[in-house]
Design a protein around this ligand. Structure first.
Ligand code: PNS
Length: 162
């Protein structure tokens, strides 16, 4: 049997948006398995814990066996190698994403030349959606329906009201 093609889709996912979901779905049709890697970032003050974020991703992809959610710390390329992933998937929405993504992709290539970064575009309707903006709108009482999965929407409103 040919080697399984495994990709890592890393990020903070605080919280998961429909833009992320769109990339995960596109990725899952290109690779045998896509591992959504949630970074345990000690520097940031997240709205949701890593476990809560993992639960929201798992809940969204229940029944879809080739999408797995896992937490990681340390270098992304080390984590990718430990999971036998040969590809890193990143979503790019606009030109403004490009500079940061370009730097990360080239740094990752320097660290691990055999791991390839693949950029994917989400559907146009999500091209302006980010976790940061969704949190801000929810905090200020705006409508985020259609931008995040239904269960995430509910949890987000609950969290910002706590
Ligand atoms: O969605 P985000 O928050 O922009 O994701 C950033 C992420 C998780 C991809 C990036 O911070 C990362 O890979 N961190 C792990 C540490 C690492 O490998 N740093 C060097 C990357 S060039």
């Amino acid at each position: 049997m040919a080697t399984e093609r495994v990709a890592i889709y890393p990020g903070s996912f605080d919280p998961l948006t429909l833009g992320h979901v769109d990339i995960m779905q596109r990725g899952s049709s290109l690779f045998d398995k896509i591992i959504v890697g949630v970074l345990k970032n000690v520097d940031k003050e997240p709205l949701f814990t890593v476990d809560e974020r993992l639960a929201m991703i798992r809940d969204t992809f229940r029944g879809q066996d080739n999408v797995e959610a896992d937490a990681f710390s340390g270098l992304l390329v080390d984590y990718a190698a430990s999971r036998k992933a040969t590809t890193i998937v990143r979503g790019v929405r606009a030109i403004s994403d490009f500079e940061y993504e370009f730097q990360m992709a080239l740094m990752n290539r320097r660290l691990a030349p055999t791991i390839e970064t693949v950029f994917m575009m989400p559907a146009e309707e999500y091209s302006y959606v980010s976790s940061r903006l969704v949190k801000e709108v929810a905090r200020l009482g705006g409508n985020i329906a259609g931008l995040v999965p239904k269960r995430v929407e509910k949890r987000l409103y609950e969290r910002v009201r706590e």
